[in-house]
Design a protein around this ligand. Structure first.
Ligand code: AMP
Ligand code: MG
Length: 468
């Protein structure tokens, strides 16, 4: 057994970046799941993770040597409204471990007790959202969507109150950093340009090693490209984040902070998942617009670093932000064409995919199943999965893909069989409350192998209202 070597490079930044804070000990920690594959990738000994010391860390009951737990300070725009002070109100950055490639990974506990940023919150998370974040983040990773990872889920043996008593749990998140657009806004709103600059150089070192320290425009430009890629990938798997506030927007281009998020079943571009999002601000088809708004908040925060002359800085930032739509549309089209088996775009292809999406919307077709069924050779299945007024589209499409080599392969490599559907996550959560984690574990293994059809998992493939 090898004890991990922790460091905490964030703790070496100035004290105003965080508040040192220890997780609150819990009564009866029990492992729900440990991500052994991720542990291996990180060079973390599984034996150690499963030992008293390992579970001590995952539950916040004991801290490994070299760790230096802290809660990060940040601000943010939530549903467009400004919150000058948020910060980790229920999370602790324990420190980092160094993998075999020399890359540092943040180990962060979420649900690990109150911090100075908790305001009126209890610093805890209940089992339901912990299981959802674990499943969805694993699914995203295996679908090829950049995301924070989940190393473990632990139940604490304690009861907390939400809309009733609920079992508490802790999720361990892993990423190269947990820095948000809101972290930049926090310092910029205080007029603390030194901190903005130091934060930016930290982010460049961690996420953009190809850039030179101080290259603010390069940073903005690179993040815009990454976010354009990220959002097009979200859309390609029917993902709705739900709460795209600036404090939930990662500056390295990862998906972060899984709240009321979900994969869409019936295709409806206006679909919303957060019950508090009454205006549809963060609907499926708004995500590419909202991210530009969020990136503009970042641009404003680093403006003096882009150019000391404000008018010049604004001009440069505007030009860079103006590139988003072009990059996004290019990525979007490339991915969506692959979803219908087209690798080499020809004139008329964009209309082909737009027509399909329109038909899917009208016929309330299931997003995941429709694309997957299209890649099946059996014509019958295609007929069942698509509404009858789509026969025109199908014959046009079939003609078009005659020009492609191996279109079915292209499609089955990009269109997943399994995404953790919302109704199944809900069911898995209900069952977990009876201490039955079988469905959670089935969903997890399907999420970790999303492109391989397994006959026993037919129930995980079907939409909630299986009318096809
Ligand atoms: P979220 O909606 O999870 O992105 O959180 C928004 C802000 O509320 C962050 O500053 C969180 O740390 C804080 N927060 C959310 N839930 C709790 C909680 N149960 N206790 C303390 N702070 C919380
Ligand atoms: Mg958040």
């Amino acid at each position: 057994m090898i004890n991990p070597n922790f460091i905490n490079s964030y703790a070496k930044l100035p004290e105003r970046f965080y508040t040192k804070s220890l997780p609150t000990k819990v009564k009866d920690p029990r492992v729900i799941t440990i991500n052994k594959k991720l542990a291996q990738e990180l060079g973390l000994s599984i034996e150690w993770l499963e030992s008293d010391d390992g579970i001590g860390m995952l539950s916040g009951n004991s801290m490994p040597s070299g760790s230096d737990p802290l809660a990060q300070a940040y601000a943010g725009h939530q549903f467009g409204g400004w919150s000058p002070l948020l910060g980790d109100g229920r999370a602790h950055l324990i420190g980092q471990i160094n993998d075999s490639f020399g890359i540092n990974w943040d180990i962060q506990l979420k649900g690990s007790g109150p911090t100075p940023y908790s305001r009126r919150g209890d610093g805890r998370a209940w089992l339901g959202p912990v299981l959802r974040e674990y499943l969805v983040s694993e699914s995203m990773h295996h679908l090829g969507v950049p995301t924070t990872r989940s190393l473990a889920a632990i139940s604490t043996g304690e009861i907390i109150f939400r809309d009733g008593p609920r079992p508490a749990a802790i999720i361990t998140r892993v990423a190269q950093s947990h820095i948000r657009v809101g972290t930049f806004e926090y310092f910029s709103s205080r007029g603390d340009l030194d901190a903005v600059s130091e934060l930016m150089n930290y982010v460049i070192k961690v996420h953009y090693p190809e850039l030179k320290a101080g290259d603010a425009l390069g940073f903005l430009d690179s993040l815009i490209s990454r976010q354009a890629m990220l959002i097009s990938k979200w859309l390609s798997v029917g993902f709705i984040h739900g709460v795209m506030n600036t404090d939930n927007t990662h500056v390295g281009g990862l998906t972060i902070d899984y709240g009321p998020c979900a994969f869409m079943d019936e295709y409806d571009p206006k679909k919303v998942f957060s019950s508090i999002d009454t205006t549809g601000r963060y609907a499926y088809n708004q995500q590419q617009k909202i991210i530009v708004w969020n990136l503009a908040r970042l641009a404003l925060s680093i403006l003096p670093l882009i150019d000391p002359i404000e008018t010049e800085a604004i001009k440069k930032a505007e030009v860079t932000l103006g590139n988003f739509d072009k990059i996004f549309m290019k990525n979007w089209l490339k991915i969506f064409l692959k979803k219908i088996g087209i690798k080499n775009e020809k004139k008329g292809d964009a209309a082909l995919i737009h027509d399909l999406l329109m038909e899917m919307n009208v016929s309330k077709a299931d997003f995941t199943k429709t694309f997957r069924d299209l890649s099946k050779p059996n014509q019958e299945i295609q007929k069942i999965s698509l509404s009858r007024n789509m026969s025109n589209w199908i014959s046009n499409w079939k003609n078009r893909i005659l020009d492609e080599s191996n279109p079915m392969n292209t499609m089955s490599e990009i269109n997943p069989v399994y995404v953790p559907r919302n109704h199944l996550i809900e069911l898995a959560i209900q069952e977990s409350l009876k201490n039955d984690f079988r469905l959670f574990n089935r969903l997890l293994s399907a999420a970790q192998n999303p492109f391989k059809e397994v006959s026993e998992n037919q129930d995980l493939y079907l939409p909630p209202t299986n009318k096809w």
